[in-house]
Design a protein around this ligand. Structure first.
Ligand SMILES: CC(C)(COP(=O)(O)OP(=O)(O)OC[C@H]1O[C@@H](n2cnc3c(N)ncnc32)[C@H](O)[C@@H]1OP(=O)(O)O)[C@@H](O)C(=O)NCCC(=O)NCCS
Length: 167
């Protein structure tokens, strides 16, 4: 007897997911322009270039870039460690043309690995309460809501603070 799954036509099976067509590296000053444009489009914020440089200084390994073969950033995760033994995802975005291809997962996996290797015990982040897709993403990564941050964003929207242990 064959199990039902074996007899289904192969067209019904999910397409294989290959690795995303990017490589991970640390942030470099030449990434500033592209990262600023991703931040503007995805996070609706504009920051001085000097902010990225100063934030990356204490822990350069926490600022990860997913780069196309041309070296252009397709997405990035800016992690900082400002509280003892904690890592915080300060900014995280993938260019809209590159979403849902596993690049966000690639960045988050590496961030959590580096945070753990640095001896950090907890990872935290903030997210808009309306950002259902990001909340789903983070929940899959073991983050859970630990606080409601009223009026946290510049337009007055509430945020959730989410956290997970780094065992
Ligand atoms: C949140 C964000 C960074 C995730 O990046 P991403 O590269 O799209 O993430 P992934 O591709 O790893 O995962 C996204 C989804 O695509 C799916 N996916 C991943 N690879 C896939 C593939 N090859 N084929 C089909 N689906 C795939 C994942 O299962 C996931 O599904 P979900 O919708 O259930 O979560 C991105 O959506 C983004 O930049 N959003 C706007 C900015 C933002 O909200 N940032 C967070 C602020 S706190």
């Amino acid at each position: 007897m064959r199990c039902i799954a074996e007899s289904l036509p192969s067209i019904l099976s999910a397409p294989p997911r290959g690795p995303p067509p990017v490589h991970l590296r640390e942030f470099e000053a030449r990434d500033l322009e592209t990262i600023a444009s991703i931040v503007e489009e995805a996070l609706h914020e504009r920051y001085e270039p000097s902010l990225y440089l100063s934030l990356s200084e204490p822990w350069p390994e926490g600022f990860l870039v997913a780069a196309e073969p041309s070296e252009h950033p397709a997405g990035f995760l800016l992690g900082v460690s400002q509280v003892e033994r904690e890592g915080r995802v300060l900014m995280f975005a993938v260019h809209r043309n590159w979403r849902s291809q596993g690049i966000g997962a690639f960045l988050m996996d590496e961030f959590l690995r580096r945070a753990h290797a640095r001896g950090l015990h907890r990872a935290t982040l903030e997210v808009r309460v309306s950002n259902a897709s990001a909340i789903r993403f983070y929940t899959r990564y073991g983050f859970s809501v630990i606080d409601l941050l009223r009026g946290y964003y510049s337009d007055g929207e509430n945020g959730y603070q989410m956290a997970r242990d780094l065992p």
